[in-house]
Design a protein around this ligand. Structure first.
Ligand code: GLC
Length: 541
């Protein structure tokens, strides 16, 4: 299949969040399975020079944006079997930031979407699937349907829109958007591009894409409710037949304690001694008291409300009364920078906070910590909890979105689980769960080792989810399914199948499937697999 990914960020070229990890990891996996996969990205000035040097200039042309004409260069490089096309325009992308500060986001990403669509015939490249990600590329489906699909070149293209985070929607004034995209009033109605008096790029994707996916089965359900729906729940309910949740994977080569060159000592399930070295080195590096028995709880996160940090704020005093150490790495809102800077001063030797993006330090923290705290208010998928599991660092999470689909709270009654979780968005529920985890850390060493083992042997790769995407694409194109490959179970299946199995879960041959939320009048849809034993686990706790 000819598959085009369009996104505003992608590792290793530019990253502000998980979107970049997902696009950067999924594209090569699809290519490895024999598909023609290409990715279109903005050529930000943040793209490292080494990659820019590798790029070939393919062509350039002018893009019309209302009354303006803008230069657009297409620079290309091939990596891991994927062709990356970079949209070059210094005025829009040659800035010191990726998002947000110039007051012209509507124009930058209108340019990006328009440039992508106009580049295709010039490149003589006719993708069958155009897979768009988040609000920055939401307008592609709308423009395609409204302005391009009467042309034979574009007529057969199908679009997928993936929601990585429904909170960020790209909301702008209607006249400004009309001005740059030449869209008339007839499409600014509430069933199309208008949204509470504004133009909304996320909504454009949700209305016009042929299929909508989001990054976990639970989030696909949640966003159809008003609590999680960010004012899009009605639309998402109306489009539920086209909405499915496909769990993200992580790059299991990058995050591998057995071979990770970025950590002080490597370790495996059989020999965990390297993890103790990583812990000691981390304590030294961050100026924490060096003590192998003091549990380290880490947070690696965007410092935003989404991540549940106000729960920590509420009970920080009670958390720090425990014999533990807290490590924080991330960038974000000033109020959380203040909170953790204050804590670092207040609890010397017990708290270390670093406010930056530092991939190598992140590896050392995942490896050197005992617990990973992620009490998110909502979490479309979340990648860090899976990375933590892989490093034998047990997650403490709130049961929401992808956290619910990947972490099953330990249940003494049947020995199931791979971490600890709580349901209510409540600081003391979090504190209680943290204390419960600390109890197992201190007093139930066998159980702790069992949970670590489960975490480290789970399958967080892209193999399963990549098949789910491929089967979605095939369905959209009316193609036959290729013969099923041998597959390992996906992480949500492992979570569901954890009971008392001490070894890595077996590898049954499974048909790929997406989790479709149920339609009205249908028999109740199967709940996302991970949630079943969880409900049980809760009752029996
Ligand atoms: C966003 C979401 C996160 C998800 C990531 C990749 O950053 O907040 O939950 O894992 O996108 O899909």
């Amino acid at each position: 299949m000819k598959i085009l990914f369009t996104a505003s960020e992608c590792v290793p070229f530019c990253k502000t969040g998980g979107l970049a990890d997902v696009v950067g990891a999924l594209a090569p996996v699809l290519a490895e399975k024999g598909h023609d996969v290409r990715v279109m990205l903005p050529l930000y000035s943040a793209v490292p020079h080494d990659y820019v040097k590798e790029m070939q200039h393919v062509l350039d042309f002018e893009v019309e944006l209302g009354w303006r004409k803008q230069y657009c260069g297409i620079e290309a490089l091939v990596r891991d079997g994927v062709t990356y096309y970079f949209i070059d325009n210094k005025y829009y992308f040659g800035r010191s930031y990726i998002y947000g500060m110039g007051g012209d986001e509507h124009e930058r990403y209108a340019f990006f979407c328009r440039a992508i669509l106009n580049a295709l015939p010039l490149l003589q490249y006719q993708p069958e699937i155009v897979h768009t990600h988040d609000w920055q590329t939401g307008m592609i489906s709308a423009l395609l349907k409204i302005q391009y699909q009467h042309l034979p070149f574009y007529a057969e293209m199908k679009t997928v829109y993936t929601i990585h985070n429904l909170q960020y929607q790209g909301i702008f004034g209607i006249p400004e958007v009309q001005d740059v995209l030449s869209l008339d009033n007839s499409v600014f109605t509430d069933d199309k591009l208008e949204c509470y008096g504004c133009a909304n790029y996320m909504k454009a994707g949700l209305v016009y894409a042929d299929e909508i996916t989001t990054v976990s089965p639970s989030y696909a359900e949640e966003i159809q409710t008003s609590y999680y729906g960010e004012r899009m729940d009605g639309l998402l309910r109306a489009r539920r037949q086209q909405l499915s949740g496909v769990l993200n994977g992580i790059d299991i080569k990058e995050y591998d304690p057995e071979h990770d060159p970025l950590i002080p000592a490597r370790y495996t399930v059989e020999d965990m001694s390297g993890k103790a070295v990583c812990k000691e080195e981390l304590q030294k590096e961050l100026g924490l008291n060096v003590n192998p028995d003091t549990p380290i709880i880490s947070i690696i996160s965007r410092l935003s409300n989404q991540k549940g940090l106000d729960l920590i704020d509420r009970v920080i005093g009670e958390i720090m009364e425990e014999d533990l150490q807290l490590v924080v790495l991330g960038l974000g809102d000033a109020k959380y920078v203040d909170l953790f800077s204050w804590a670092e001063q207040r609890y010397p030797g017990k708290v270390a906070a670093r406010f930056k993006m530092d991939g190598a330090l992140a590896h050392r923290i995942y490896a050197g910590s005992d617990l990973f705290l992620m009490p998110s208010q909502f979490e479309p998928c979340g990648l860090s909890q899976m990375i933590a599991l892989r490093y034998g660092t047990l997650p403490v999470v709130r049961e929401t979105g992808g956290l619910r689909d990947t972490v099953l709270s330990y249940n003494e009654a049947n020995n199931a689980g791979n971490g600890f979780s709580f349901f209510n968005y409540n600081a003391h529920d979090m504190l209680y769960t943290l204390r419960r985890a600390l109890y197992f850390y201190r007093s139930q060493k066998d159980t702790w080792a069992l949970l670590q083992r489960r975490g480290m042997t789970g399958d967080y790769s892209w193999m399963h989810s990549a098949e789910v995407y491929l089967s979605l694409y095939r369905d959209m194109l009316g193609k036959q399914e290729a013969p099923a490959e041998e597959e390992k179970p996906a992480v949500e299946e492992i979570v569901a199948e954890t009971p008392a199995v001490e070894k890595a879960a077996p590898a049954p041959v499974k048909k790929p499937r997406a989790c479709k939320p149920k339609a009205e009048g249908e028999a109740p849809a199967k709940k996302p697999k991970a949630s079943k034993p969880k409900a049980k686990a809760k009752k029996e706790e």
